[in-house]
Design a protein. Structure first.
Length: 95
């Protein structure tokens, strides 16, 4: 198995893994990722920005990680009690 930066030719495989994760979360009763995020445009931008890595086993994409070093706009406003640790709004994300 190798870990490498994803390129846009990996996008279909990346989206298939995201959809499998989305279904697993749905089956577990969580609403995380159930409303379209992350979508193909987000993952395409992550790949283009060099923030998406894939785990490749026998030339098959087996997993992925996105490591965002810039603040994530999706987390700028949290509904509910907010972040337990407090924040200055400079939230990074990985998924």
């Amino acid at each position: 198995m190798i870990i490498r930066f994803a390129d846009l030719t990996d996008l279909d495989a990346v989206m298939m893994i995201i959809e499998q994760a989305r279904q697993t979360m749905r089956d577990l009763g969580t609403d995380q990722w159930q409303f379209g995020y992350p979508d193909q445009a987000v993952l395409s931008a992550d790949i283009s920005a060099g923030e998406c890595l894939v785990a490749e086993d026998n030339q098959t994409i087996a997993g992925l990680a996105v490591l965002k070093m810039a603040p994530e706009p999706a987390y700028a406003q949290i509904i509910g009690p907010g972040w337990l640790t407090g924040t200055d709004g400079d939230i990074k994300a990985s998924y």
